[in-house]
Design a protein around this ligand. Structure first.
Ligand SMILES: [Zn+2]
Length: 187
């Protein structure tokens, strides 16, 4: 299992999960402004002429200096894309129509406004539905089917990175959880 590194902008806003190897590059080029976390991951590099092996220590959370791209990203909505696991996690694996809890394979993405009527793959137009409810709803509008048991919402950045992280380390979880809004279903 390879841990991912939580990359932040210099103000501490999360902007990406990056591979440890990529974090090494930021360290090597002096772009790590500050770092957080109790654990360290040690990378061993090549040997110098004196026979000393180079070592780079990286922390699980790093703030990277000097990129305007990151600043721009901060205000953009994080896309849902076609990653159902993010949606299911947001909705706690609970069907929005019958309220049942299911495992991943028994769930599906329901478009509140059906795709056949122009509904899009956005956080606000999608909810988690069990396969049966999704099938029963078909192309119906939600008002002709059943009312939603919970409302969709766009995750904030901290939620997004908690949802999308794999093998999230305790330090990283704590950092992101501290940024969650009170209404978050991940709390
Ligand atoms: Zn259902």
């Amino acid at each position: 299992m390879t841990a991912h590194i939580l990359a932040l902008d210099i103000a501490g806003n999360p902007f990406d999960w990056i591979a440890a190897q990529d974090a090494v590059l930021y360290y090597a080029t002096g772009k790590v402004a500050w770092e957080l976390g109790s654990k360290e991951i040690v990378f061993r590099g090549g040997y110098s002429r004196a026979g000393i092996q180079s070592k780079i220590r990286i922390k699980p959370i790093i703030a990277i200096a000097g990129s305007e791209i990151m600043a721009r990203m901060l205000h953009a909505e994080l896309p849902l894309g076609n990653q159902n696991h993010l949606l299911f996690k947001r909705d706690r694996y609970t069907c929005a129509y019958c309220g049942g809890r299911f495992v991943h394979k028994d769930l599906s993405r329901d478009h509140i406004l059906p795709q056949s009527r122009g509904g899009k793959d956005t956080w606000m137009n999608c909810v988690t539905a069990c396969r049966k409810c999704n099938q029963d709803k078909g192309d119906l509008l939600v008002e002709h089917f059943r009312s939603l048991l919970y409302v969709p919402y766009v995750p904030c950045r901290a939620e997004h990175y908690l949802l999308s992280g794999r093998n999230v380390l305790a330090d990283q979880h704590e950092y992101l959880a501290a940024q969650l809004p009170k209404h978050s279903r991940l709390l």
